[in-house]
Design a protein around this ligand. Structure first.
Ligand SMILES: Nc1ncnc2c1ncn2[C@@H]1O[C@H](COP(=O)(O)OP(=O)(O)OP(=O)(O)O)[C@@H](O)[C@H]1O
Length: 593
């Protein structure tokens, strides 16, 4: 049998005359890692990789200039067994390009196709040198083992006496059993009900078998195929995937879709909001729509993800959801994932046992998760959760169970999760900075808080609200001049409501008159030329240790940046050109409130 039967024709190739810009479009659209390049007769010339393309500065350049010769190509007539051998011997390639006798590109074969091919059984008994008639010898082949161990799917092979002659790494990952515990043992003894035994007996393959392994709480879907030699069954192979997570996500999605539809029907502009939402000011349609959803979701126990730029009210909405839920009498606990240093985040979340690490408090510590038992845990800035913590958090979200750092006892808690971020989580998932499974787990329900510049109508009510709040607080009776209101309405408010609130407080504190004029507003409200006198503070002339001088300057620079940005941290971070994590670290170090 030749390669042709196993070939996918879904190839998008580009001509050697095309530009790099076009290759980039294809990469973006189809998520490929390589694109074949052909000449004007469709003859295969080579491939370009996304990496090659990204490294090029001149995007208008010709694709011809970066064709790589680092690829594998076979002919349509190549026997399937040879192709398998090529894959086995070149583990870094995931694709083989297939051409016809004239060199014309006709399709491709992927590494995944190989698994299907192996599972089909007949391949082992072609007339070739790679495989042996003895089934044990076949699976002793180091290349074959390597390939099967690379697979995400679990693989187990038995001979006709049900003796296990091979189990790959994914087998033990999915089922939690080390291969050496099953190798050379008879399945008829250790698992007499196994479907693979039925396949051995009947010789009839079983496809897409869903098997619930209750003892592990794992659901797998398996394809089981008999391995035959001259019509005689000499063994069977089962390949399977863990679909527990997929099923649970599908269930959640179904629930969320149902809920979404339900909410969409209920969604009316005049829907009254619960009491706990009254502190959220704004009457724009954009905000109201999100608040109505939030109020409805509050009644359920679903996880909620609140998205929005810094200062748009994510925490305020999270608290309102908690306060109108059945958990309102239990704690609302917040953790800011960006503000906690990486090495402390696990113990902050899960707590630690006595003596868990040097410097640990005597008697141990209760983590945020335990503090929130019965109530709500607000995971602020979840996009900044370090990658190493993400699987641990995921496990907790799935099982509602955790162990303290340094502890062995598994604890169970009943906590509702509300997460928030101003980062683009979907993009982070694509860039492998945020785990996809965790993303789906927290993103059961999304509330999108619009920035203030997209709902300018709310600026007026917010000014009114906070003018009253700060007039009461500072026992004043001031109001903003028409000019002030005009600039407020024109301004982009990058720091959103937090910035607006700070500007109002600042102006009210600074003003002794009944009307607040433009000069009482922060400088950035005036034109840019005014900004030129903004200079970073100069270090004092008295001789201090260099380190102390640097610290002074850093502290002053942070205070200044916060001042210029109207206490908007994201903007201050941007101005300072440092990472969010460094910013929070320094704020803590210099005790800046
Ligand atoms: N709609 C609103 N009405 C009244 N006050 C609001 C509103 N939205 C936000 N605020 C106020 O603005 C400030 C910032 O809000 P909050 O901390 O909830 O924002 P956030 O989106 O969580 O910010 P960050 O992403 O920086 O943590 C708070 O003092 C909050 O009370």
């Amino acid at each position: 049998m030749t390669v042709e039967t196993y070939m996918s024709k879904k190839v998008i190739s580009i001509n050697e005359e095309e530009t790099i810009e076009r290759a980039l479009d294809i990469f973006k659209k189809y998520n490929f890692s390589y694109i074949p390049v052909v000449d004007d007769m469709n003859r295969f010339l080579g491939v370009v990789s996304e990496k090659d393309v990204l490294g090029i500065e001149n995007w208008k350049a010709n694709i011809k200039s970066i064709i790589s010769s680092d690829y594998i190509k076979v002919c349509m007539e190549t026997p399937k067994s040879d192709m398998i051998k090529i894959f086995l011997e070149n583990p870094r390639f995931s694709i083989i390009y297939v051409v016809d006798r004239k060199g014309i590109l006709v399709g491709l074969v992927t590494r995944n196709d190989i698994l299907k091919l192996l599972a089909s059984g007949d391949i082992f008994f072609n007339n070739n040198t790679l495989f042996d008639e003895n089934i044990s010898n076949i699976f002793n082949n180091p290349y074959l083992k390597k390939l099967l161990n690379c697979l995400h799917e679990g693989v187990i092979v038995v001979d006709n006496n049900t003796k296990v002659i091979f189990a790959n790494r994914a087998y033990s990952r999915i089922l939690g059993v080390q291969p050496h515990k099953v190798l050379n043992r008879f399945l008829s003894e250790i698992e007499p009900e196994a479907k693979i035994i039925q396949v051995l007996k009947t010789g009839v393959p079983m496809f897409e078998q869903t098997i619930n392994i209750k003892s592990l709480g794992t659901i797998i879907v398996a394809n089981i195929t008999p391995l035959k030699m001259d019509e005689k069954i000499i063994g069977a192979i089962s390949t399977f995937s863990d679909i527990t997570e997929i099923i649970s996500i599908a269930n959640q999605l179904e629930k969320a879709t149902f809920l979404n539809d339900f909410l969409a029907k209920e969604l009316k502009e005049d829907t009254p909001l619960p009491e706990s939402f009254k502190g959220i000011i704004g009457s724009s349609k954009k905000l109201k729509k999100e608040l109505v959803i939030a109020a409805r979701v509050a009644k359920t126990d679903s996880s909620v993800l609140i998205l929005g730029e810094s200062g748009t009210g994510k925490e305020l909405v999270a608290k309102a959801i908690h306060d109108s839920s059945s958990r309102r009498d239990k704690p609302f606990v917040k953790i800011n994932c960006a503000a906690v240093p990486d090495n402390l985040i696990e113990s902050e979340l899960f707590g630690y046992e006595d003596g868990a690490f040097t410097g640990a408090k005597k008697g141990g510590k209760i983590g945020k998760i335990e503090q929130a038992d019965g109530g709500t845990l607000f995971l602020d800035e979840i996009g900044d959760m370090p990658l190493f913590m993400q699987p641990k958090l995921l496990r907790f979200l799935q099982e509602k169970e955790f162990e303290k750092v340094g502890g062995i006892k598994t604890q169970r808690v009943d906590v509702r999760i509300i997460a928030a971020t101003n980062r683009d989580l979907e993009e982070m998932v694509k860039n492998k900075q945020f785990r996809e499974d965790l993303f789906y787990r927290v993103n059961v329900f999304t509330i999108n808080l619009p920035p203030l510049r997209e709902r300018r109508i709310d600026i007026v009510s917010l000014i009114k609200h906070y003018t009253k709040v700060y007039n009461d607080k500072y026992e004043k009776n001031t109001d903003f001049s028409k000019e002030c209101l005009e600039v407020f309405l024109k301004y982009e408010w990058p720091g959103n409501i937090r910035e607006l609130k700070n500007v109002i407080e600042h102006a009210i504190v600074m003003s002794d008159d009944s009307i607040i004029t433009l000069d009482k507003l922060p400088r950035y409200f005036k034109n840019l030329s005014d900004k030129q006198d903004e200079k970073l503070p100069v270090p004092p002339t008295k001789i201090k240790k260099l380190n102390d001088i640097i610290k002074d300057v850093e502290k002053q620079a942070i205070i200044k940046a916060l001042d210029i940005s109207g206490q908007n941290k994201s903007r201050a971070i941007e101005l300072l050109g440092i990472s969010r994590r460094t910013f929070y670290k320094k704020m803590k170090e210099y005790n800046i409130q």
